[in-house]
Design a protein around this ligand. Structure first.
Ligand SMILES: [Ca+2]
Ligand SMILES: [Ca+2]
Length: 262
């Protein structure tokens, strides 16, 4: 930290015309420092881990970021010293932990985590084979034989997620929103490159819609709840690569293509 504090005034001097130069501001000296320790540096998709933060002074503010605070701010809160986190995408992650002391000193500590697949299942494709009023009119502004009357179909996956690094409870949020198949199209989506890795014991909330202009759309699942829960828990031993989900009460069925971990 001392080197950084020294470099900033130096750059300032180099960029300033000599006749306008002013003395660099004197930074208040601080010995405030934190450590941030992950419970494991190698975790699997959807596997919980903790980061424990410790400091040599009372922490008044604490923030975390995956983009070095390019987006989002620091959360000032009365927090514990340990947080449960997880990732649902693969690869190397850098979590920047920013702490502020009671006197306003800031210290940033990076934590590097590598996320591996573990036993995560990968969703690779989706085909809608039936939905309510399929092949009939969802866009009544078009005539009874006009192909444009057909639904412009898209689907959504929600999963339970921790939205910020400081939530202690999971809430359901969007995991994936599909492209739109205009006027039903082929009702088939290649999801190979969508990076849809998920612990097979977790649930997905599936919803299906017709896109309109403006894109508010209509729900294609006619009765409540206007979504259906899907799970892979029944297939842990058989590990099929295609799974058909049918919900006759909603005239809904679809085939999901998946890839199991070895
Ligand atoms: Ca349409
Ligand atoms: Ca439409």
């Amino acid at each position: 930290m001392k080197k950084i504090i020294f470099l900033l005034p130096l750059l300032f001097c180099m960029c300033t015309k000599s006749d306008e130069s002013v003395a660099p501001p004197i930074e208040p000296k601080s010995t405030f420092a934190i450590t941030a320790t992950p419970s494991s540096a190698n975790v699997a998709v959807d596997e919980n881990f903790t980061i424990t933060v410790a400091a040599n002074e009372t922490i008044k503010g604490l923030g975390a970021s995956l983009d070095n605070f390019a987006t989002g701010g620091q959360m000032f809160t009365d927090f514990g010293t340990s947080r449960v986190l997880y990732f649902n995408t693969l690869g190397a992650k850098t979590i920047a932990i920013k702490a502020t002391s009671a006197s306003g000193a800031v210290f940033i500590k990076n934590v590097n985590i590598n996320v591996t697949r573990g036993n995560a299942l990968k969703i690779t494709g989706m085909q809608i084979t039936a939905f309510d009023n399929m092949n009939n009119t969802w866009d009544p502004e078009f005539g009874p034989t006009d192909p444009n009357r057909l639904a412009d179909v898209l689907f959504n996956f929600n999963t339970s997620q921790i939205y910020t690094y400081f939530e202690t409870q999971m809430t359901k949020r969007r995991w994936y929103l599909s492209t739109v198949k205009q006027n039903q199209g082929d009702l088939t989506w290649d999801l190979t490159n969508a990076n849809l890795y998920i612990n097979p014991n977790r649930e997905i909330t599936f919803s299906l819609g017709d896109e309109d202009t403006p894109p508010v759309g209509q729900n294609l699942i006619p009765n409540l709840p206007d979504y259906r829960i899907i799970s892979f828990a029944n297939y842990l031993t058989t590990k099929p690569t295609t799974i058909t989900y049918s919900f006759p009460d909603a005239n809904l069925s679809f085939i999901m293509t998946v890839e199991w971990a070895n």
